[in-house]
Design a binder for this molecule. Structure first.
Ligand code: FEO
Ligand code: CA
Ligand code: CA
Length: 744
């Protein structure tokens, strides 16, 4: 096995706060979860905020430039110990200079893809394409119609839907031409999966045909696909030669590790001892480990479950995440009645796979949790480790890293003899950024999955002066215990709206982790503008996070669990942020276990008259963008930025920003250039490359999404106008026509 330090990145659909997401179910049902069009009313004048920002950044700029100068003086890659994961690849590491060597392209709003001059971009790994079984490589099985008409059983052998984060794991024997790619599949569009059902396919009330449930479950999860580049044609192809191809779905058996394993909070009829569960849901961004495994991250899982009654839904481990009595996104809990048996139509009554569909109904019906699925929602919201080189391995849900709407999970630069740090955002309005620090110390020789079983979870607090601190969410931490005691004594000091007046603390660390958001509320973390992807600079160790947007920032809006902060702050400087920003920070002493950091804003995204780059300049025609989501720092030090404007923003801004796009930035100078633009109605997400940097993979998620109600977003990509007018999620292979390194 070869190691590879890689992050991918996700995409997202919703921007609603988790607590209000279900109040907007009707909106979700129209738009596939896109956030509503941004309302610009009630803004504080942007100039006032930016004035504060400028005065603060004068200070920051000085110190950061000094830091950068120091790094350059020390020589590329010398600032931190080299990343074993990256250097183990034998990858060329020319210098981390981050220099951009291509010509920026204009915004584009057509239905093809647009890439910088001298580059090519081709579709690959399309939803519905067979990776297992007799149809691998059969073009007739890889059409829009074949995908739409395939059964649930067939879908279990095909590439899933709504591609998101991904990682390429190279084979040591021919790393640049042969590897395994793991791709997350975030969600589905029922209208594309079962078009014969017509528009009602989307309606989440009522019963569902059993095979539609099976197909929907199979279209979720992760695809593990062996791919190989034909050296004669230069084309990448799916291969089955090593027997590694695998579908992991929303029904695949998984084990728990860490403090929650065996907890009362995850006991179910399926796993009475609370050590296992089934499936991974809404896998958004991703990560990888220095020992060569894949991390897939469960983001917007809450709406897949029905909670029974309002009273049932009041359980804090449901309410704080948005599981409601009415949430049942695809109706998986409610299969049709089988006319032959008179019972709900589920595929098996196997004792090892009981109630595979009805488990999405979390209503307490039994004597205790081992007789029903009241705890099934507690089994989602984790990071899952998958070994791409062992198709028989059981995926592991690592509970020590916390339960929330994980966007991604990226490892800091591994340093021999030091703990590892993993960074992850909770993508919902005014949620938090987190870091997990392993208890064990990293050694290239012994590193493995055990490192993810024990450690400390922290939530980030950003101070207005450019400093920040990591707040431990650890029941044995003195400061956290004191904060819990204060919250128990006076819950309204934390939740002034009275939503958790009955807060009685945490029983144990498992309780803290299942209720990570509450724990971070108590600790005093900073609510952020929808933290999406994180990425780590391979040389400086700086961590970048995208804050995609937050239409409620600064609004006097009260949700049913906590008020949205009424004011912008230095780390989230815009009220009702429509365009978002990218923030970066450096751990004190470049130590993974540091509890302090320094931060600054890398770019305030937006149009020419409402944006700022690192040098304090407005963006221009070559680099305007909105709603940055995916981030990736490649091994040459280029920061790739992928955008995810929701369908409302896409429709409203299609002439100004064009379609969702990917830009490249130089982290040292802050220069940004537009490199790639996708087709209509999609988001660009996911990033992976070969070790030589000559093949880059990105994903186009949901071409044509929401075009039923927003016709301008209609897409036929990649199949073309003859395909029945329906776009399909796919991977894009980007290469330089002269065979060079992408981006340079
Ligand atoms: Fe699934 Fe937050 O993007
Ligand atoms: Ca995302
Ligand atoms: Ca997003």
């Amino acid at each position: 096995m070869t190691n590879r330090n890689h992050q991918g990145r996700p995409s997202c659909e919703e921007a609603l706060p988790a607590e209000t997401r279900h109040d907007a179910q009707s909106l979700l049902s129209v738009d596939g979860g896109d956030e509503p069009p941004t309302n610009f009313s009630n803004n504080r004048p942007f100039g006032a905020v930016i004035g504060q920002y400028y005065s603060r950044r004068q200070v920051l700029q000085g110190s950061l430039q000094a830091a950068v100068a120091g790094l350059f003086a020390a020589g590329p890659g010398a600032a931190l110990a080299a990343s074993p994961g990256r250097s183990a690849q034998g990858r060329a590491r020319p210098g981390f200079e981050g220099e951009l060597g291509f010509e920026a392209i204009p915004v584009y709003n057509g239905d093809e893809v647009s890439v910088a001059p001298g580059y090519s971009a081709e579709a690959f790994l399309v939803v519905g394409e067979p990776i297992l079984g007799p149809d691998v490589g059969n073009p007739a099985a890889n059409t829009v119609e074949a995908f739409e008409n395939c059964s649930g059983a067939e879908m279990e052998q095909r590439i899933g839907s709504h591609h998101d984060g991904m990682t390429y794991f190279p084979f040591g024997s021919d790393p640049n031409n042969h590897g395994v790619i793991c791709i997350n599949h975030e969600y589905i569009d029922a209208r594309k999966l079962f078009p014969a059902s017509g528009p009602n396919a989307w309606v989440s009330s009522g019963t569902r045909p059993a095979d539609q449930i099976r197909k929907g479950i199979a279209a979720h999860g992760v695809s593990v696909v062996e791919i190989k580049r034909d050296k004669a044609t230069g084309k990448w192809q799916i291969t089955t030669e090593s027997g590694l191809n695998r579908r992991i779905t929303a029904e695949t058996p998984m084990v728990f590790s860490g403090p929650v394993r065996g907890s009362d909070l995850v006991r179910t009829k399926y796993s009475p001892d609370g050590t296992m569960t089934r499936g991974t849901i809404n896998n958004c961004a991703n990560g990888f480990t220095p020992w060569g495994t894949y991390l897939t991250c469960e983001e917007n899982w809450a709406s897949y479950f029905a909670a029974g009654t309002q009273q049932d839904a009041a359980r804090r481990e449901l309410r704080r995440y948005g599981v409601t009595a009415n949430s049942r996104r695809y109706g998986w809990d409610n299969p049709e009645i089988n006319p032959l048996t008179g019972l709900p139509d589920e595929p098996t009554a196997s004792p090892t796979n009981p109630d595979p569909y009805r488990r999405f109904d979390a209503t307490p019906t039994g004597f205790d949790a081992t007789e029903d699925y009241r705890n099934e929602p507690n089994c989602q919201g984790w990071n899952v480790e998958i070994d791409p080189f062992n198709p028989d391995s059981t995926p592991v849900k690592h509970t020590a890293l916390g339960r929330y709407a994980h966007e991604g999970c990226v490892v800091g630069v591994p340093q021999e003899g030091q703990p590892l740090a993993f960074y992850s955002g909770d993508d919902a309005q005014s949620q938090y950024m987190y870091k997990f620090v392993t208890a064990g110390r990293y050694s290239r020789r012994t590193a493995g999955s055990h490192l993810l079983e024990t450690g400390t979870l922290y939530a980030a607090k950003f101070n207005d002066d450019g400093t920040g601190e990591w707040l431990a969410l650890d029941i044995n931490d003195v400061r956290f215990r004191a904060a819990v005691d204060r919250a128990v004594a006076d819950p309204r000091s934390v939740w002034p709206g009275g939503q958790y007046d009955d807060f009685d603390g945490f029983r144990d660390q498992a309780d803290v982790l299942v209720n990570t958001r509450l724990a971070a509320d108590v600790a005093g973390a900073t609510p952020m503008d929808r933290p999406e992807w994180a990425t780590v600079h391979p040389s400086t160790g700086e961590v970048y996070f995208s804050c995609t947007n937050n239409s409620n920032r600064g609004r006097d809006t009260t949700t049913n669990t906590r008020p949205i902060p009424a004011e912008a702050d230095a780390a989230n400087p815009r009220p009702a942020s429509a365009f978002g920003h990218i923030i970066r920070f450096r751990e004190r002493g470049n130590r993974s276990a540091a509890t302090r950091f320094n931060w600054e804003i890398f770019v305030l995204s937006g149009p020419q008259d409402d944006s700022l780059d690192l040098q304090g300049r407005p963006l221009d025609d070559t680099n305007i963008h909105a709603s940055a989501d995916g981030l990736w720092l490649d091994d040459r030090g280029i920061l790739w930025i992928e955008t995810d404007m929701g369908s409302g923003q896409q429709e409203a801004e299609i002439n100004r920003f064009g379609n969702n796009q990917m830009l490249a930035a130089n982290p040292y100078t802050g220069e940004i250039r537009r490199f790639f633009v996708g087709c209509r109605g999609q988001e660009v997400t996911g990033w992976a490359d070969t070790p030589d940097g000559r093949t880059v993979f990105v994903n186009l998620q949901h071409p044509g999404e929401a075009s039923e109600s927003r016709p301008v977003l209609a897409s036929t990509f990649p199949d073309g106008p003859g395909s029945g007018g329906r776009g399909r999620s796919c991977t894009i292979v980007i290469t330089k026509n002269d065979g060079g390194v992408v981006g340079t």
